[in-house]
Design a protein. Structure first.
Length: 182
């Protein structure tokens, strides 16, 4: 059974707008390590379109610093599943997931492999509601953004977590990994 892991960057005041985060070499190296722990990525439409626009090859890699290139290459090559009722088709090593979200994701989790990695905001909220996320990683950045979006807005119930790992970056960001208390 493959675990479903969620990872996201967030400011100290809870903003998860990717434009509020300052990328650096350590964060990208960590993101590559997360990608390498997964057999496939799980995205909603918004995250899929954002990531495809930024990282699909041939991207403007000449504009990237050398430390960004491994992340770009790894995410470009990764298998992706996209949850969307509005997209007609996807490519970029991607497959559409339609129908019952709980059944579709549970089936992906039952397959053998290293794991699945989910990103974004809306899809992880739905997956948390269904109890399907096996690990939450919040990379908290030492910045106050003063705006949203925020994580898990509208969650209908508490999800109690236990800390299972912590990693500090030179930038002052801290990656905290949690598992649900079951």
């Amino acid at each position: 059974m493959r675990p479903l892991r969620y990872s996201i960057n967030v400011t100290l005041d809870g903003c998860c707008d990717h434009r509020a985060i300052i990328p650096d070499e350590d964060l990208h190296r960590h993101a590559v390590e997360n990608l390498e722990r997964a057999d496939a990525l799980l995205f909603g439409r918004v995250t899929y379109e954002m990531m495809e626009a930024a990282w699909r090859r041939p991207a403007r890699t000449e504009a990237w610093p050398d430390w960004m290139k491994p992340f770009g290459q790894t995410i470009d090559a990764a298998k992706k599943y996209v949850v969307s009722s509005s997209l007609e088709r996807v490519d970029w090593n991607a497959e559409l997931l339609r129908g019952d979200l709980e059944k579709a994701v549970a089936q992906l989790k039952r397959e053998s492999g290293k794991g699945l990695l989910v990103g974004g905001v809306k899809l992880p909220l739905a997956l948390a509601e269904l109890g399907l996320i096996d690990e939450y990683e919040l990379v908290v950045h030492p910045r106050l953004a003063g705006h949203g979006p925020t994580l898990f807005a509208g969650l209908s119930k508490y999800v109690d977590l236990k800390l299972v790992g912590r990693l500090e970056f030179g930038s002052g960001a801290v990656a905290m990994r949690y598992e649900p208390r079951r």
